[in-house]
Write a protein that binds this ligand. Structure first.
Ligand SMILES: Cc1cc2nc3c(=O)[nH]c(=O)nc-3n(C[C@H](O)[C@H](O)[C@H](O)COP(=O)(O)OP(=O)(O)OC[C@H]3O[C@@H](n4cnc5c(N)ncnc54)[C@H](O)[C@@H]3O)c2cc1C
Length: 384
């Protein structure tokens, strides 16, 4: 029996891919009663999701054609996506993946949490009745998020580092583009979700996240973006000066930072980690849905073919490694460096280049421009 802990995108998609081959019995345990809740995500997806799991129409809340990368001096470069990005309803998306997994033959049990380890077995806790049961497994897949109990119980929670993602939903006027602020915290964003609402947030280390989020929201509401030729100011309903703006909803969650030392399995490949549990997230943007599902597919293929999971992850890991190094470089940038970088990008035909390659490549292209800029070239050694 293949036992999966957690029914987020990673767990459900691993279950789906293993079950559809029909060779193994699969059971997924999810601690919450309802799949996809609570939501801790902006739900922004590039077209890279489509070959994995095309989001059903009912999950799509908004379709976005442009992004603006905004520097500390509020100047921005506007880029057009070749294929629009989508903003999804995460609850409906997670439920859709789980539904297909069930149709393919995976069994999903909700309201059951991985609680403890008993030698080679695990102990599960039924959250309502508090009943404990001991379960044997042939393989255990930890798809249980950034603070993975599976990883903790099996000695795999090593070298992990998590950021805090703080996000509020606010009423906005005229926001149609994604706005990305690579210099605030580790990064910050405003993403229109449709119906005049936007998901506005920041990722930063725990010690600074709340202060940076409050500052960002305060600044954002003033909208100091200063280039009317490329930027249409996005405006909140102006607040009275002393009145703090209240979000319609607030979410926070951990965002793992990937690094090459994080283990993804035990030595016997009996306990395996996937998704946020293995920190499979891009360090420059916090994008983890495509990455966790890519890893889930690699994991299921490795289980079914007997291939080594680590080598199945080679392509994904190369990409995660690039974002890991770029994040290290970007963390050294001063405000002045960011302004120069955005300025360089504005002068060039970057917008077209980005449009041709999609959101997942924005960061890589920004890096290329950083390397063209004489004042920023000193950081190049930090990439590789
Ligand atoms: C504020 C914020 C914004 C984000 N925005 C984006 C974005 O726009 N685009 C993007 O691609 N990514 C985004 N991410 C990252 C993305 O949400 C994650 O990378 C993605 O959810 C990873 O999927 P997962 O299945 O690995 O983990 P999760 O989605 O966390 O799923 C883990 C599941 O395991 C369950 N679980 C946990 N512990 C146990 C246990 N002991 N027993 C049983 N079940 C358990 C949980 O209830 C949960 O359902 C964002 C993250 C945050 C915090």
């Amino acid at each position: 029996m293949i036992t999966i802990i957690g029914c987020g995108p990673a767990g459900a998609f691993a279950g789906l891919n293993i079950a559809k081959q029909g060779a193994e019995d699969v059971v997924i345990y999810e601690e919450h009663q309802e799949i996809g809740k609570p939501v801790q995500c902006t739900g922004l997806l590039s077209e890279a999701i489509n070959p994995l799991f095309k989001p059903p129409k009912k999950c799509i809340k908004n379709t976005i054609k442009y992004a603006r990368i905004i520097g500390p001096n509020k100047k921005a470069v506007r880029v057009r996506f070749k294929t629009p990005n989508v903003v999804i309803d995460r609850t409906l998306f997670d439920q859709s993946v789980a539904h297909v997994a069930e149709k393919k033959g995976a069994r999903i049990v909700t309201g059951v949490r991985l609680h403890a380890r008993k030698g080679q077995d695990i102990q599960l806790l039924e959250t309502r009745t508090k009943k404990l049961q001991t379960v044997k497994f042939s393989k255990l897949i930890g798809a249980d998020g950034p603070n993975s109990t599976t990883a903790h119980l099996f000695g795999l929670y090593k070298n992990h580092e998590n950021l805090i993602g703080l996000q509020g939903t606010y009423k906005v006027k005229d926001l149609t583009d994604i706005e990305f602020f690579p210099h605030i915290g580790e990064y910050a964003w405003a993403v229109p979700e449709g119906d005049g609402n936007a998901r506005i947030g920041i990722a930063a280390p725990t010690s600074t996240a709340k202060r940076l989020f409050d500052d960002f929201i305060r600044q954002y509401t003033k909208q100091h973006i200063s280039n009317p030729t490329t930027i249409k100011p996005t405006t909140f309903k102006p607040p009275r000066p002393s009145q703090p703006i209240k979000p319609l909803a607030m979410q926070n969650g951990m965002i793992p930072k990937w690094n090459p030392k994080i283990p993804v399995s035990d030595k016997q490949y009996r306990v395996l980690l996937v998704g946020d549990a293995a920190s499979q997230v891009k360090n420059t943007t916090g994008g983890g849905i495509v990455q966790s599902m890519t890893a889930a597919k690699a994991l299921s293929e490795s289980i079914l073919s007997g291939k080594n999971y680590t080598s199945s992850l080679r392509k994904l890991n190369l990409d995660l490694y690039l974002h890991y190094r770029l994040n290290k470089m970007f963390n050294k940038f001063s405000d002045h460096d960011w302004n120069r970088l955005v300025e360089t990008a504005r002068k060039d035909s970057l917008a077209k280049a980005l449009g041709d390659t999609g959101r997942d490549s924005i960061i890589k292209l920004l890096a290329k421009f950083a390397l063209k800029e004489p004042n920023l070239i000193r950081y190049a050694s930090k990439i590789f």
